[in-house]
Design a protein around this ligand. Structure first.
Ligand code: SAM
Length: 326
């Protein structure tokens, strides 16, 4: 356990994954630390210049909150608080890891997805915001609401969607988010990686849905005994050759990223086997790479002749989701 000096207390506090989520009441600046010159505000301003990516300031705030065992709200409210040199050094060394491409979630140990916080280790892909599109679409479709898209609207009934399978569950972000939002559903979460399944199990327990999720290790649909109402998958979809050149390959599990030659080998194998695992009237949702919409929808139409196959765009207007309605 890392010892954290809470500026409001002489008692070290836990620096666990939840630390940055918990809100503590604002402390008064204590005079005994006045010899330390770096403030929260200065540390954040310097850090934001070192962090790559689109949200450096946000990442700096989350990281410093994690290191101090405080909430982000507290960090924002206390730019004047002085940091102990040990904390400055710890912040500095974690900033170097971020600057080197290590995901923030591996450093803090958690990532928010669909409004829930998920434990994350190096055994799983860090949940991505674009994957929320799949969960949103599933809940909108099952909730009998009109679903935006190019094709006709579907009115599906929640009571018909009681069995769900999430293939390649990783951290469990899809399976757990669906379980939390669909209290009637029973869910199977599979992954070829037993280490990933252990993380998914921990997340299910954390959100009180472990009893409704059956975790099974195996290749694609092999662990699914009978057909289900909704099949979800976010399988690896990066081209094997392109992957080696990407920073993400250095930092996240290759097993979660490598989609084989052309990036669609796993997706093609999954779609070819999927018809036997889906009940009549069922739905399949598959996240895809932004350049794969045409190829994957052609494969989907070949696997499910007569079904309605649609492509959906994410908030960045990129085609990221294929839906198949039987
Ligand atoms: C892109 S990650 C997605 C993880 C999680 N569902 C998410 O959306 O963040 C793909 C997952 O598929 C798993 N996987 C890779 N090959 C697989 C296979 N042949 N069968 C089942 N799962 C596989 C990986 O271990 C990884 O956890």
């Amino acid at each position: 356990m890392t010892e954290v000096q809470n500026p409001n207390s002489k008692t070290p506090t836990s620096n666990g994954p939840q630390a940055a989520l918990a809100y503590s009441s604002p402390p008064a600046l204590m005079t005994e630390y006045k010899e330390i010159e770096t403030t929260v505000g200065n540390a954040l301003a310097t850090a934001a210049r070192r962090i790559p990516g689109e949200t450096p300031r946000l990442e700096a705030e989350i990281l410093l909150a994690h290191i101090l065992g405080q909430s982000r709200a507290w960090i924002l409210a206390h730019p004047e608080v002085l940091l102990k040199p040990g904390k400055v050094a710890e912040f500095d060394s974690t900033l170097s890891r971020l600057a080197d491409g290590e995901p923030l979630a591996y450093i803090t140990g958690y990532r928010e997805f669909f409004g829930l916080d998920f434990l994350v280790t190096r055994d799983v892909l860090v949940p991505r915001p674009e994957t929320e599109l799949l969960v949103e679409y599933a809940l909108a479709a099952i909730g009998e609401r009109r679903v935006a898209g190019d094709g006709p609207p579907f009115t599906l009934h929640a009571s018909r969607f009681t069995t769900i399978a999430d293939i390649g569950a990783g951290s469990g972000c899809i399976a757990v988010s669906l379980a939390v939002n669909l209290p009637e559903a029973s869910i199977i979460a599979t992954d070829i990686s037993s280490a990933a399944l252990a993380v998914a199990r921990a997340n299910a327990a954390r959100h009180g849905v472990a009893e409704r999720i059956d975790f099974k290790q195996g290749d694609l649909l092999d662990p699914i005994a009978g057909p289900v109402d909704l099949l979800c998958a976010n399988l690896p979809y990066i081209d094997s050759d392109e992957l080696s050149a990407l920073t993400v390959a250095r930092n996240e599990p290759r097993l979660a990223l490598d989609g084989g030659i052309g990036g669609t080998e796993l997706v093609e194998r999954f779609l070819a086997a999927a018809p036997g695992s889906l009940n009549p009237g069922g739905m399949l949702l598959l996240e895809i790479g932004a350049t794969q919409a045409e190829a994957v929808s052609a494969t989907a139409r070949a696997a499910f002749p007569g079904a309605t196959v649609e492509i959906h765009k994410d908030l960045a207007s990129l085609p990221r989701l294929v839906s198949i309605h039987l």
